[in-house]
Design a protein around this ligand. Structure first.
Ligand code: ADP
Ligand code: MG
Length: 332
């Protein structure tokens, strides 16, 4: 690295942007944010570690910068919030390629512009280990209206946005030394945070519980079941699958596992009262985003699944656990 810490911060500051509520951004010890009347502040943070979450020989630094933004905004979307600003922590190894860092920042900046958020601070350090990225996000929602995991009720429908399993299929192919089709690679390396959907579901009070799918449908659904004290029934034939995923599935039926347990879809999973079906379908058309009813909430606390052949079984959620698994998601 030829650029020093403060020159780098200066460079980052130039694309940081502004927002009405951001009274003070990069340059002081803290940011200062005014919270609009009757709103609440949402905050979330995510680590992205080289070797665990990404490999620079598989992804270009530009898409990594975009993904660092999207996966964070996805958490705000999952609460029904409107994102405001990001914080970027960087741990940079001594010999790190400067043009990769520049590409990373360009991707980060491009995604910030796409989603209309600014950068309010961060931290910059040398790293003795690998390239380390920590991104935090803050946003707002109307007071008392954050959509939690705990609000689902027996009889609610379960909905999923977009399609499932594409990202995990791309990763499976990379691990096998194959080159994923562009669509699948894009779903893995450059996911879209469903910000607008989250906001609309929150504001229109359609979702009773919600989260973003980062660890796989079944594992993440388990969080809603535990928090809400319900069970759920999922119908495999209702799972939304892309054309690319379906064609891979025709060649290998076992890939259904990736639609059920594959990670990093960053789609929204939410429950809604069954009489909201028409409103949700209207929202789907309005946003031009597929929203698919995949099952319903049941009593008894159990998760069951109706397979394609009609058989009912209790699926095993194999969602990713960073501490119980010795190697990371990228190279396990
Ligand atoms: P401190 O010593 O108080 O941690 P720094 O010198 O690390 O302050 O940072 C100076 C300013 O630059 C702070 O406002 C901080 O939020 C911001 N900053 C540092 N690194 C980054 C970064 N990677 N991205 C965005 N802002 C950053
Ligand atoms: Mg600092």
């Amino acid at each position: 690295m030829k650029t020093g810490e403060f020159d780098l911060i200066d460079k980052i500051r130039r694309f940081a942007g502004t927002a009405e509520e951001l009274q003070l951004g990069i340059g002081d010890d803290c940011s200062v944010i005014s919270i609009p009347v009757n709103q609440e502040l949402l905050t979330s943070t995510d680590l992205l570690l080289e070797g665990i979450h990404f490999r620079l020989d598989w992804t270009d630094a530009y898409r990594l910068g975009r993904k660092a933004v999207s996966v964070n905004l996805s958490d705000i979307a999952a609460m029904g919030g409107q994102p405001l600003c990001l914080y970027l922590g960087l741990g940079i190894p001594a010999g790190f390629n400067e043009s990769s860092l520049n590409e990373f920042l360009a991707g980060f900046h491009a995604a910030m512009s796409d989603y209309g958020v600014c950068l309010a601070g961060g931290d910059t350090c040398g790293s003795e280990g690998s390239f380390t990225i920590s991104v935090s996000v803050q946003g707002f929602c109307m007071a008392g209206q954050a959509v939690r995991r705990a609000g689902a009720a027996v009889g609610d429908d379960l909905w999923v946005s977009g399609t499932l399993g594409d990202s995990a299929l791309a990763l499976r192919q990379l691990q096998a030394g194959e080159v994923p089709a562009d669509f699948l690679a894009e779903r893995h390396f450059n996911p879209t945070a469903r910000v607008r959907l989250g906001v609309e579901l929150g504001q229109r009070k359609l979702a009773t519980a919600m989260l973003d799918l980062s660890d796989g449908l079944l594992g993440d659904l388990g969080h809603i079941l535990r928090a809400s004290g319900c069970g759920a029934r999922i119908e495999q034939q209702r799972l939304p699958l892309s054309r690319e995923f379906q064609s891979a599935l025709r060649a290998d039926a076992k890939l259904m596992e990736l639609a059920m347990n594959g990670g990093e879809d960053y789609e929204l999973l939410f429950s809604a009262a069954s009489d909201k079906k028409d409103e949700i379908e209207a929202l789907s058309r309005e946003l031009d985003l597929s929203l698919q009813r995949v099952g319903c909430m049941t009593d008894g606390g159990k998760l069951e699944c109706i397979a394609l052949d009609g058989e009912i079984f209790s699926p095993r959620a194999t969602g990713f656990d960073h501490l119980l698994t010795r190697t990371g998601r990228t190279d396990d």
